[in-house]
Design a protein around this ligand. Structure first.
Ligand SMILES: [Zn+2]
Ligand SMILES: [Zn+2]
Length: 142
């Protein structure tokens, strides 16, 4: 990934959200940044070459990062949750159901769908977020 050639001031990112720049938080952020793709907790542990016992810390770190919006959780309809750095551009994923290949795609029709849903709804005042991924077969698996 060409992304890894850039450096990001993750300490600044954490402090801007009122979080201390602990070594564990910095490690997890760096791993997510370098992978450039949503990662499961297991994958994060593997990239860090960390022991299984570090898992609890990674869970806690991800909860903090998610809570402040630095990281977002991606639902690939799999038993494990996936996490990636939040990105101001509205991007989603194409996921191969056979080999798990993941590709990003930018944008979706969420604003229009939210308007339409709110118009029909009697119980909701506003929409604050959305989750949307596409599943299929990649060229190699098709
Ligand atoms: Zn595939
Ligand atoms: Zn979207």
């Amino acid at each position: 990934m060409s992304k890894s050639s850039h450096t990001v001031d993750f300490k600044g990112v954490l402090r801007a959200q009122g979080l201390k720049a602990t070594p564990a938080r910095l490690k997890v952020l760096k791993t997510l940044f370098q992978s450039g793709k949503p990662q499961s907790i297991q994958q994060i542990l593997e990239s860090l070459e960390a022991k299984e016992s570090f898992k609890v810390t990674v869970y806690r770190v991800l909860a903090d990062l998610k809570g402040t919006g630095i990281v977002r959780q991606v639902d690939f309809q799999q038993p494990h949750a996936y996490y990636e750095l939040a990105d101001p551009a509205d991007h989603h994923h194409l996921v191969c159901v056979k080999c798990n290949r993941i590709e990003d795609f930018i944008g979706c029709d969420a604003d229009n769908m939210a308007d339409a849903a709110l118009k029909k709804s009697t119980g909701f005042a506003r929409v604050t977020g959305h989750s949307f991924e596409l599943f299929g077969l990649c060229n190699r698996c098709a």
